[in-house]
Design a protein around this ligand. Structure first.
Ligand code: 8Y4
Length: 270
């Protein structure tokens, strides 16, 4: 899953058309790099960013969703928690909802997903993106994340969402400190017991910066690839990344070694 941020045109005030063209270029880059999904977000739910109104989010997001779906043959995921934004993006062809509030952020989102019948990613987070880093202390992080997913899956099913629509995400960096993030990655296999696909987003995050000593986020490719391979090795099905081509190359080599090694064994074993 390649990340496509729709930024608010703060300094290069080229207007809506430039923004749309830049988004289409980024979508092509994700497609040509071997990405499978494009995650489009208007920064409403990113840590440290201020809330965006529904109309502002629609105005930023929808023209880009439309242009990207026309330009590349990949499914589009929408990073939003607002039910009406979900419906508007779905009506344009968006195929997945990436809700960092796990369908708790809008009272209408559960019913909306039940109606739309498209997949939704349920991400673990405590609090909200603006206050979550004050809530990084857990007595039992793994147990709490497991309980959280069980509760959210039940809420989804009670609202008429099919279990098969759901993906789970430990939410690295969302109300977790460095050790919490690392524990979740180390024990990613525990999340498999719920029987749903797992999405992991570690790309360029502060845990990569802290572990590597690289302060500039855009220079964290090597560390991001290490985390991506770690997650794939423990069963992650979807990785949310900035550097699609490089990550796809790393995964192809990692899985290729495994597959070709196994093929060699099967050829030579009597
Ligand atoms: C540098 C680069 C520093 C990126 C911080 C960041 C996730 C997500 C985000 C995630 C899912 C981010 C929308 C945070 N993270 N959605 N969204 N999973 N499902 N920070 O881990 O990229 S935004």
């Amino acid at each position: 899953m390649g990340i496509l941020n729709v930024t608010p045109d703060s300094f290069s005030d080229g207007g809506a058309f430039i923004r749309r063209d830049q988004a289409v270029m980024r979508a092509h880059q994700i497609w040509e790099g071997g990405g499978d999904i494009i995650d489009i977000g208007a920064e409403s739910t990113r840590p440290g960013t201020t809330a965006v109104s529904e109309s502002e989010e629609m105005e930023r997001l929808l023209p880009v969703v439309e242009a990207v779906l026309e330009a590349v043959p990949l499914p589009v995921s929408i990073d939003t928690y607002k039910a009406r934004v979900m419906r508007a993006a779905w009506s344009l062809g968006a195929g997945l909802m990436n809700d960092v509030t796990a369908l708790r952020g809008d009272p209408d989102s559960l019913a909306m997903l039940a109606e739309l019948r498209i997949p939704a990613c349920l991400m673990h987070m405590r609090g909200t993106p603006s206050n979550m880093q004050a809530h990084t202390h857990y007595t039992d992080l793994l147990g709490e994340v497991q309980d959280f997913f069980r509760e959210r899956i039940s809420a989804c099913e009670a609202a008429g969402i099919q279990r098969e629509q759901l993906l789970l995400d430990p939410g690295l960096g969302f109300a977790k400190d460095l050790q919490g993030n690392c524990l979740l990655l180390q024990r990613l296999e525990d999340l498999q017991s719920l029987g749903l696909p797992i999405l992991v987003g570690a790309s360029r995050k502060s845990m990569i910066g802290t572990l590597s000593g690289v302060t500039v986020a855009a220079q964290r490719l090597g560390g991001s690839i290490a985390a991506a391979l770690w997650a794939v090795a423990r069963g992650a099905q979807i990785l949310r990344v900035h550097d699609v081509a490089e990550t796809v190359q790393a995964i192809r080599v990692w899985t290729g070694i495994q597959e070709q090694g196994t093929a060699a064994l099967l050829r030579t074993t009597p």
